[in-house]
Design a protein. Structure first.
Length: 158
């Protein structure tokens, strides 16, 4: 929850709607500043110890592989991400999109947020695919949410 000033009035704003189920996230990654930032300070450097004259290879009869890098990650603009533990269905997806698209900056101007990525754990993959990829919703009517976001399935949000 954040506080924003709008027309000399402080209002409470959140980027989540709570719930108790598995977490899913809706993000806008189209802006120059992203909701999550990944910085590669030193690129990945792969190292191998595979020469027979290497002391470790000679003494232990083992090849050794390693990687070294310097990285950093952090949060960008909180307004560009929506977190929910509500069931992933059309109604909650629509509510999350509407809340994000109605986000305002301090002073009350619209931020122009357009969600384009849905991140789900493996347990919600079926719901996410059904929501974003099927032509018709349950009951045979047209699915208005088809292709409105790219789906990312990752165990790191479980």
């Amino acid at each position: 929850m954040r506080l924003q000033v709008e027309a000399n009035q402080t209002i409470s704003v959140a980027n989540t709607d709570g719930g108790t189920g598995p977490a899913w996230f809706l993000m806008d990654t189209t802006k120059p500043v992203k909701p999550l930032i990944f910085q590669e300070r030193e690129p990945y450097e792969f190292t191998t110890m595979t020469q027979s004259d290497n002391p470790h290879v000679f003494l232990h009869d083992q090849f050794v592989y390693g990687v070294r890098a310097r990285l950093n990650a952090g949060y960008g603009l909180w307004q560009l991400c929506w977190g929910s533990k509500q069931p992933l269905n059309a109604a909650n997806y629509a509510a999350a999109r509407a809340a994000m698209m109605n986000m305002r900056a301090d002073g009350g101007s619209f931020m122009g947020v357009t969600p384009n990525v849905l991140v789900v754990p493996p347990s919600l993959e079926n719901d996410g695919r059904r929501l974003l990829n099927t032509e018709y919703a349950t009951g045979g009517e047209s699915n208005p949410w088809k292709s409105t976001a790219d789906l990312i399935v990752t165990p790191f949000v479980s």
